[in-house]
Design a protein around this ligand. Structure first.
Ligand SMILES: [Zn+2]
Length: 252
């Protein structure tokens, strides 16, 4: 156990929380302590909104801004005199919390479900195209692409825009495309209570384009198939045919 972890006793943080000033430690450390205590996983792609209270995000942004100042100093960037680097630490902190990693800190989008259990219920396939922006966990480089979400409606229907809201909530974290595909399928199944879901993502990765192999126009495709999408070849074909139709309609 590291020294910092030894210092992170619960008592210590309850005291500092009560002062309202967190002068004794960082709020980020207190939250990390609680998640470790609860065996709550807090990987880059995990949502930790259950551990945040009202107003916490502002404090966490201030703490991250301070840490980004240190990163810029270590990179030997003159953040005092370079007008473009002044304020960059805080801009980075805000961007991480409010934009590129917002899906870690915000609770799941509200997806009100409507009953689909009347006599003339919809029993066909629904395919929704969702544009995504994400970020790779390895290099924090942008991932840009499109998810096609296919579903055979169960007893509940959610609004069409909710599919994209859920997909974007999953995407706005640090992620691997393979994991993102699984995350979207799981959350769509949870929101709709359908067991028959397919998710296909095609995306370009900044970590392949901007560094490393510098491969432009390299596309990565991932597919997750659940229920009849996996077991019934007709359903799988219909899904893939629908994706082709979507791509004809709106080339990425
Ligand atoms: Zn990467």
């Amino acid at each position: 156990m590291s020294t910092i972890d030894k210092l992170l006793t619960e008592e210590h943080f309850i005291t500092s929380r009560d002062d309202d000033g967190y002068e004794e430690g960082y709020l980020g450390d207190a939250i990390r302590f609680k998640m470790k205590r609860d065996n709550k996983r807090f990987w880059a792609g995990d949502n930790i909104s259950d551990y945040l209270h009202e107003g916490d995000k502002e404090k966490l942004i201030a703490e991250a801004a301070e840490a980004f100042e240190t990163v810029l100093d270590r990179l030997l960037i003159d953040r005092e005199n370079d007008p473009n680097s002044r304020g960059t630490a805080r801009r980075l902190a805000k961007m991480y919390f409010n934009e590129i990693m917002a899906g870690r800190y915000e609770p799941a989008p509200d997806a009100t479900a409507f009953p689909n259990n009347s006599e003339d219920r919809y029993e066909g396939m629904l395919v929704v195209r969702s544009e995504l922006r994400s970020m790779c966990s390895h290099h924090h480089q942008p991932v840009a692409g499109v998810a096609y979400i296919g579903i055979i409606a169960a007893n509940k229907l959610i609004g069409l825009s909710k599919y994209t809201r859920i997909a974007q909530w999953c995407a706005r974290r640090g992620t691997l495309q393979e994991e993102l595909c699984n995350d979207i399928a799981r959350e769509i199944m949870r929101a709709t209570e359908s067991e028959n879901v397919g998710v296909y993502i095609q995306a370009t990765h900044g970590c392949c384009e901007n560094r490393g192999i510098m491969a432009h126009s390299s596309l990565t495709q991932t597919t997750v198939l659940k229920g009849s999408f996996a077991t019934d070849s007709g359903t799988k074909k219909e899904f893939m045919d629908n994706i082709k139709l979507q791509q004809d309609f709106a080339p990425r």
